[in-house]
Design a protein around this ligand. Structure first.
Ligand code: BTN
Length: 255
């Protein structure tokens, strides 16, 4: 990762398949050699976590930030996703003060029955021809959307729907980028401190949850923490289960 005082190239395009996919292509071709940000008005094939699509919504911010992971210990690369969640929380709370983190990196707002999603993050890795590894952090934020295509499993909202205030997408993008660079520096400097801060701010921890991993068999229990790789620890009636990738539903939130 480069130092915060280095300039990054921030580019905006009208339409693209996916800002993550485009930065990964540039990394793979050798066209990208340092940190870069790309945002778009429209994505024709936006991608979400676990192979899902990210539906293009009028008024949403869709951006990706890529950086070489060089200065990060390889063991700490999985924590990039936690750093990104902390950054998104900071930027979004400037406009919507009740936004909170839901493990691993959704930003949600509490609702009468559960929560509504304001933002999702897709973190990926890509290798450059010279062998350098890059992280690509893709962030979608429902900023000015008047309608958001949630579903029963993933109800959604927008900053505008929650506050009645429209926000300049360029302003929130700049705030996000600045928060991202701060959190990535914090991760490089002291990963344990970042994890501690993340754990204190993540609404999932301390809550009763149901997690569905790849096998779709539910794990039910209390989320009691995260491990050093950012995996969720769920205490079931029998034991504590470590969950790496899953859809987590919160039944009773303590945070
Ligand atoms: C999720 O909640 O599943 C993650 C959604 C990530 C969406 C963003 S929008 C910008 C970037 N480009 C993509 O194709 N996906 C991410």
């Amino acid at each position: 990762m480069e130092k915060t005082d280095e300039r990054i190239i921030a580019e905006h395009v009208a339409s693209i398949d996916s800002t993550n996919a485009e930065l990964k292509r540039r990394i793979a071709s050798g066209a990208l050699t340092g940190p870069a940000a790309l945002s778009a008005n429209e994505q024709t094939a936006g991608r979400g976590r676990r192979g899902r699509s990210w539906i293009n919504t009028e008024g949403a911010l869709m951006m990706s930030y890529a950086f070489p992971t060089g200065s990060l210990d390889p063991d700490h690369i999985p924590l990039v996703t936690m750093a990104a969640a902390l950054a998104a929380r900071t930027a979004i709370r400037r406009h919507c003060e009740n936004a909170v983190i839901k493990w691993p990196n959704d930003i949600v707002i509490r609702a009468e029955k559960g929560y509504k999603k304001l933002s999702g993050i897709l973190s990926e890795l890509a290798s450059a021809p010279d062998g350098r590894l890059f992280a690509v952090i893709g962030i979608g934020v429902n900023v000015n959307c008047g309608e958001v295509p949630g579903d029963l499993l993933h109800p959604a909202s927008s900053i505008f729907l929650e506050t009645g205030v429209k926000t300049d997408l360029a302003v929130i993008e700049a705030e996000l980028l600045s928060a991202l660079r701060e959190e990535l520096d914090a991760l490089t400097a002291d990963p344990a401190a970042l994890l501690e801060r993340y754990s204190a701010l993540c609404m999932t921890i301390g809550s009763e949850v149901q997690a569905y991993g790849l096998d779709n068999i539910p794990i039910t229990g209390r989320a009691v923490g995260i491990d050093e790789r950012g995996r969720l620890l769920i205490k079931t009636e029998e034991r504590t289960v470590t969950v790496g990738a899953a859809d987590v539903f919160i039944s009773v939130s303590q945070n």
